[in-house]
Design a protein around this ligand. Structure first.
Ligand SMILES: Nc1nc2c(ncn2[C@@H]2O[C@H](COP(=O)(O)OP(=O)(O)OP(=O)(O)O)[C@@H](O)[C@H]2O)c(=O)[nH]1
Ligand SMILES: [Mg+2]
Length: 188
């Protein structure tokens, strides 16, 4: 399967700034530093399309990407980064919740969770939030290259208690085809 034809459109300071053209949307949600931007780059085959942070909390806006001019991917600000200035933190969680609750074109959520820490409280809260609102989601277990096979298998098993799981690595490309398939089905 070919790389996705992803183009950066703009950074949006809140849901009100997103397009109203009715194209379907997928979003990437997850803790700060979990690998959202890296995964987007890997899906696009272009290693500089989304900014990779060495410091957590780098993506502060809803970053809007267009795929093949037919649907959008939104890279949400990372949650759970304690050292963000208080004002930003409140705003981020506000934007994320508003977006996930109200956004009509949203067809599916890719919830990124670090394979090394599969059941952290704020990720479980996010899963409950998505379930309550009936949002289709997939758990992408990121940085799976950092775990040996046995550890990864037990991490996948734990994460499966929260929903459907695809282990991925933006470094090796592991799981990327399967994730693409999920995205295609979600926007179809
Ligand atoms: N080993 C490994 N490292 C990864 C992988 N994905 C991301 N990283 C590293 O994790 C760090 C954070 O990656 P980002 O893609 O910027 O994470 P993010 O979720 O976009 O971060 P924020 O936008 O700050 O919330 C960087 O140092 C990446 O190089 C992966 O699959 N494997
Ligand atoms: Mg990012």
């Amino acid at each position: 399967m070919a790389s996705l034809d992803i183009k950066f459109v703009r950074s949006c300071p809140g849901s009100a700034h997103l397009p109203v053209d009715g194209r379907p949307e997928i979003c990437f949600a997850g803790r700060s530093n979990v690998g959202k931007s890296s995964l987007l780059n890997r899906l696009s085959g272009n290693h500089s399309i989304a900014r990779i942070s060495s410091k957590p909390g780098c993506t502060q806006y809803l970053n809007l990407y267009s795929v093949s001019d037919s649907y959008y991917i939104i890279d949400l600000p990372g949650y759970g980064y304690a050292r963000a200035p208080h004002k930003n933190r409140t705003e981020w969680s506000g934007w994320i919740a508003t977006y996930l609750m109200d956004r009509v074109p949203l067809r599916g959520v890719v919830l990124l969770i670090d394979a090394r820490h599969p059941c952290l409280p704020n990720d479980m809260e996010m899963v409950n939030f998505l379930k309550e609102r009936g949002r289709p989601y997939i758990i992408a277990l990121t940085k799976s290259d950092k775990l040996k096979r046995g550890k990864l298998a037990s991490s996948v098993a734990k994460a499966q208690n929260m929903g459907p799981v695809i282990p991925v690595s933006s470094i090796t490309g592991f799981g990327i085809q399967e994730l693409k398939k999920w995205i295609f089905q979600a926007v179809d």
